[in-house]
Design a protein around this ligand. Structure first.
Ligand code: FMN
Length: 137
């Protein structure tokens, strides 16, 4: 099994509806391809983790990279894993738009800020730490 993590910049101002649209298609497709993972979104950026077989994850990433809805795609990590962290999630979405202020401030203090939202990291350990914080919140 392999895990891939990337960060990208959205070409439109993101809201729950836009993220929902992306997720609906992704979930159907990922189910077929046995890919699990999570997609985080602020108003300006995406952070996504994909887990599955090498070929499936690789092909999904190639499709995602050429999607005109985002740009400045930064590959953070792609490598073999012993254990799936997102097993059972066909692609769980988290739009970080309407968090309570205290929680948002805590995440900004820990990870920094970009474009008024929580800054998505570009290091593997930090991305997984943010995913973990959001998973348990
Ligand atoms: C931020 C973002 C995340 C995406 N995540 C996935 C994904 O996890 N799986 C997937 O199949 N497509 C994903 N997509 C959609 C792909 O970029 C592409 O539109 C889609 O796979 C094309 O599918 P089709 O060949 O069935 O039309 C994502 C798109 C964006 C903008």
């Amino acid at each position: 099994m392999y895990r891939l993590i990337y960060k990208s910049k959205s070409l439109v101002d993101l809201d729950q509806e836009t993220v929902k649209d992306i997720l609906q298609h992704s979930q159907k497709r990922n189910q077929k391809d046995a890919i699990s993972g999570a997609l985080l979104a602020t108003r300006s950026h995406f952070l996504q983790v994909l887990e599955g077989e090498f070929e499936a994850v690789n092909h999904a990433f190639i499709r995602i990279v050429t999607d005109p809805r985002h740009e400045t795609i930064q590959l953070i990590h792609f490598g073999p894993i012993d254990k799936l962290l997102f097993e059972g999630w066909v692609m769980k979405g988290f739009g970080l738009f309407d968090l309570n202020l205290e929680l948002e401030q805590r995440l900004k203090d820990k990870y920094g800020e970009e474009k008024g939202g929580i800054k998505f990291p570009i290091e593997e350990w930090s991305s997984l730490s943010l995913m973990h914080d959001i998973k348990v919140m």
